[in-house]
Design a protein around this ligand. Structure first.
Ligand code: ADP
Ligand code: ASP
Ligand code: MG
Length: 412
């Protein structure tokens, strides 16, 4: 039997009615002759609630217990989905990560999947089970502890199962009907794309478009998983939604395919550091050891042997970054006059594989922001993206203005 992987996100399993609706979709695929692996998220809002409880109980929590707690939301929906299918006379059972087992690294809260042995589930399919409902987002470490894969990680569970079981396709059911030119919640001019290239989806996801977790796109690219994003709220045909495809399958010659944003950024500036070999290592080594995910970096021109260094990181890591820098200063590894944290910034990015062959995207972006009176604080570019850091209060305006400037409302 061919295998199909279907993943339902939080809003698609938000209550018993939605679970019933999702189960019906699963029933349609079972009727077509598929063995189905269903990956479920926790009910929407549940994971946030669990994270909140952890933080309230223990601000500097033990990450192993964080994982034990925040993984539990998925256990509930997996069981409920299996029961709902059984009520529809579809032979189904639930599996928690450790039961499969989904073997991961021991990097708690951001573990990577290392292996998914298929024997246990295949044996059940051979006995007549039609649907394996698997709790997404979770796995088990070599030490036998429960791990989680980082927020949004059920997408990655789904793609990893599609790779391990050589699934015909991995369908990601969510609350929008595909990948759009920008977040449809920010711009009502956002257009749904029928196809998007892996490389573009990877950039959009890593630059903040949370419709797919970045790692899920990486895995799909590496294992050639046919990945589709579609809505769980509408009746779906076989060509609905957005397919993530190889670059060669995109015919249009568009410079920009999408605009992404990341709201919760911070900009940190170390004032007056020594301009000497090894200074970057002395700053970014301790930051990395403290678990700070540094994104953009700029070093100013030196005057009298001293300079300023600016970097960006997620806003919730500012405290950790400050502590790492203060400790490095106290131990004499670095010396700076002041550390300024700007916690009111956001990152807006334009992404497109067409940038490789068409110039002028950065210029259009800067002109558009300037016309709106938006000041650019930091710029970063790569082959297929241009990102800027701006004041958070202008984020939505910037996204909309760039969407207009690149005429993304004309894409399909
Ligand atoms: P789920 O709970 O199903 O995993 P998520 O909330 O993680 O859903 O992801 C879906 C959301 O991603 C959408 O509701 C939308 O607001 C947001 N999003 C951001 N950028 C995009 C984009 N370019 N295309 C589609 N959705 C996007
Ligand atoms: N429930 C987890 C989260 O909210 C995982 C997921 O839904 O993908 O991050
Ligand atoms: Mg998600």
């Amino acid at each position: 039997m061919p295998t199909l992987v279907m993943k339902f996100g939080g809003t698609s399993v938000a209550n018993l009615d939605r679970i019933r609706r999702a189960a019906k979709r699963v029933g349609v695929e079972v009727a077509k002759g598929y063995d189905v692996i269903v990956i479920v998220s926790a009910m929407s809002g549940k994971t946030n609630e669990l994270v909140g409880w952890v933080n309230e109980t223990s601000p500097l929590y033990d990450a192993r217990e964080y994982d034990a707690i925040v993984s539990s939301g998925e256990n509930v929906t997996a069981g409920l989905m299996a029961l709902t299918l059984q009520e529809m006379d579809v032979p189904a059972r639930s599996w928690q990560g450790w039961q499969v087992p989904v073997k991961t690294t021991s990097a708690h809260a951001s573990a990577r999947i290392e292996e998914i042995p298929s024997e246990n589930i295949l044996a059940k399919f051979a006995e007549g089970m039609k649907v394996a409902v698997v709790a997404g987002f979770q796995g088990v470490s070599p030490e036998g502890r429960i791990t989680t894969l980082g927020r949004g990680g059920s997408d990655t569970t789904a793609v990893a199962f599609a790779a391990a079981f050589e699934g015909e396709r991995c369908d990601i059911y969510t609350d929008v009907d595909g990948v759009y030119t920008t977040d449809p919640r920010i711009s009502d001019k956002a257009r749904k794309l029928d196809k998007i290239a892996f490389e573009e989806m990877l950039e959009l996801a890593s630059l903040g478009a949370k419709v797919l977790q970045t790692r899920s796109v990486e895995l799909a690219m590496r294992y050639k998983v046919k990945l589709r994003v579609l809505s769980s709220f509408e009746e779906q045909s076989d060509d609905a939604g957005t397919l993530v495809v190889d670059e060669e399958e995109i015919m249009e010659n568009r410079p920009v395919s999408g605009v992404a944003y990341s709201r919760d950024e911070a900009k940190m500036t170390l004032i007056s550091i020594a301009d000497r070999p090894g200074i970057a290592a002395a700053i970014f080594g301790p930051l990395s050891e403290a678990g700070v995910n540094v994104d953009m970096i700029i070093q100013n021109i030196a005057e009298d042997g001293r300079t300023d260094m600016t970097f960006s990181c997620p806003v919730d890591q500012v405290g950790r970054a400050q502590k790492a820098m203060e400790d490095a200063k106290a131990s004499g590894e670095i010396n700076y006059r002041d550390l300024i944290a700007d916690t009111e910034v956001a990152k807006v990015s334009a992404v497109g594989i067409g940038m490789r062959s068409q110039s002028g995207v950065a210029a259009t972006m800067f002109k558009t922001l300037s016309d709106e009176g938006i000041n650019i604080k930091v710029i970063a570019t790569s082959e297929i993206k241009v990102s800027v850091l701006i004041d958070r209060k202008y984020m939505e305006l910037a996204v909309q203005a760039l969407h207009d400037a690149f005429e993304l409302d004309k894409l399909t």
